[in-house]
Ligand binder design. Sequence first.
Ligand code: UD1
Length: 307
Amino acid sequence: MKILITGGAGFIGSHIANYYNEEGHEVFVLDNLASGYRENISFIDESHFFNVDVCDKEKVETLVKTHQFNVVIHLAAVVSVVDTVNDPIYSNKVNIDATLNMLEVNRQYNTQLKKFIFASSAAVYGNDPQLPKNTQSLVQPESPYAIQKYAGEQYTKMYHHLYDLPTTALRFFNVYGPKQDPNSPYSGVISIMKRQFDNDASFTFYGDGEQTRDFVYIKDLVNAITRVVENEATHGQVLNVGTGNKTSVKDIFNAFEKSYHKSLAHQFEPARKGDVRHSVADITPLKEIGYTPQYTINSGLEEYLNS
Ligand code: UD1
């Protein structure tokens, strides 16, 4: 298959690219390297790498017309919540306008499309306490990022209902694994913790550390994506991607101490504004198409920390 991954030089995209490349598919990556790294996808040669801004409508149109991709996995986005708060207008262009354009050029010019996947986020659920989160749960966006992801996924869904485009939107929960960039205070907590343990630098708990998340190992997320790509019954759907289990930040910290055979200095600061207390995904619909997480939090952490 010819597979286009937008944002394919980032943490998640590079793992998906690697998987399909090793499976012998023809993988193309579109990435402007704003938050991705060319080194993440050194296995992709220059003829399959497009250093293109996803907002560049003409270039995106030409690429879709020329290559007639069978699968489009659309991950390119302003991925930092804080960046969307600081610049809602620009991030709206990237996260909503460019998504709509990607759908539209595929509708108009791609006769070979078998699946279009859009990466949404658990952020759309916001602070509603009902658990587990399923796709009928209340949507309560708390940031431009969450609004933009919600708009993107709803356009994605609508393009199936209106135009019969084979689309699926996936709400990613807390993904972790090798290549996740720890270098922003709002990076995934597991990547930050790893950096602190590697450097013997103290770790800050925001809140009491008892807050929980559904941490999903990157290989499970890739597995979920491959299932959805192959499944026509998921056209027009929005699905959670997580594990169905929740783990507290403190339990992660304890697992790190065990794995590193050392204790690490740490302190507690007030919980972040708007922080979600507990989060866990209902993944029943994904299980119905044959997905079962292969990693527990312990086996995922073990593989990550030894990678
Ligand atoms: C995640 C998303 C975020 C989204 C939010 C909405 C990631 C990386 N972030 O945030 O984009 O808006 O879901 O559901 O997936 N923590 C610490 N110390 C640290 C860093 C974090 O105690 O140094 C705490 C946080 O306050 C939070 C928990 O760890 O309570 C998890 O943090 P994080 O990995 O940023 O994920 P979310 O808060 O779930």
